[in-house]
Design a protein around this ligand. Structure first.
Ligand code: AP5
Ligand code: MG
Ligand code: ZN
Length: 214
């Protein structure tokens, strides 16, 4: 099963992708997580990506496409995968389609987690990310057992640099301009599925599993 997640920043793509990956035993590939891991490790890619990410801008397509295409060709992606945060522009979608076409494959589902802008800023300001393992929480909607400490690995939790309200506004406008057109792109391919992302996390997950099947 090859799935991509669409949705505004903070719509809950990562939250749902993680649950889907667990249930269907497929890799969860998040380009945002890949860039953040590179930043943490001080790689060249990380240094380049950071300058864009901190401004709420997209990292240029040429830094993203090859990385993802290489990743989905790996052995563990044979039975499918879930892409979270890619594609994010029409050229990225086209380059993925082209690469899959060359392998004789195609995507099965594009799941659009629909959340209006007015909910987003509130969600992002409450999000906390683990500096150790990258796990994501929310101070109200998904709290940790012990305040400020990751349930999974015990490391410290932080507010992501790009989750400050002014950067979130920029990310939202970039989303509307560059990523939202993908909804029509995948509608045209007949694989778009909308879910209401304003509902509780478990309700959203149920809606997604109804689409994907048991
Ligand atoms: P990325 O990390 O992908 O960020 P994003 O798309 O902005 O999305 P987020 O991760 O912020 O949100 P999410 O939808 O995963 O929500 P989450 O589940 O965490 O990308 C970061 C940056 O990297 C980009 O800005 C760009 O610069 C660069 N980049 C990445 N990919 C790229 C690409 N392909 N091309 C170019 N540049 C790229 O949930 C948010 C919060 O809400 C959490 O606290 C969560 O607990 C809570 N929550 C989730 N669901 C619910 C619910 N149903 N009810 C209540 N709270 C909920
Ligand atoms: Mg995410
Ligand atoms: Zn952790």
């Amino acid at each position: 099963m090859k799935i991509i997640m669409l949705g505004a920043p903070g719509a809950g793509k990562g939250t749902q992708a993680k649950k889907i990956a667990e249930k269907y035993q497929i890799p969860h590939i998040s380009t945002g997580d890949i860039f953040r891991a590179n930043i943490k490790n001080g790689t060249e890619l990380g240094k380049k990506a950071k300058t864009y990410m901190d401004q709420g801008l997209l990292v240029p397509d040429e830094l993203v496409c090859d990385l993802v295409v290489d990743r989905v060709k790996q052995e563990d992606c044979k039975n499918g995968y879930i892409l979270d945060g890619f594609p994010r522009t029409i050229p990225q979608a086209e380059s993925l389609d082209e690469a899959l076409g060359q392998m004789g494959e195609s995507l099965d589902y594009a799941i659009n987690v629909d959340v209006p802008d007015e909910h987003i800023v509130n969600r992002m300001s409450g999000r906390r990310a683990c500096v150790g393992c990258g796990a994501t929480y929310h101070i109200v909607y998904a709290p940790t057992k012990k305040e400020g400490v990751c349930d999974v690995c015990g490391a410290e939790l932080i507010l992501r640099d790009d989750d400050k309200p002014e950067t979130v506004q920029k990310r939202l406008s970039v989303y509307h301009e560059q990523t939202q057109p993908l909804i029509d792109y995948y509608k045209g391919k007949g694989i778009l599925k909308d879910v209401d992302g304003t509902k509780d996390m478990d309700v959203v997950f149920q809606a997604i599993t109804d689409i994907l099947g048991a």
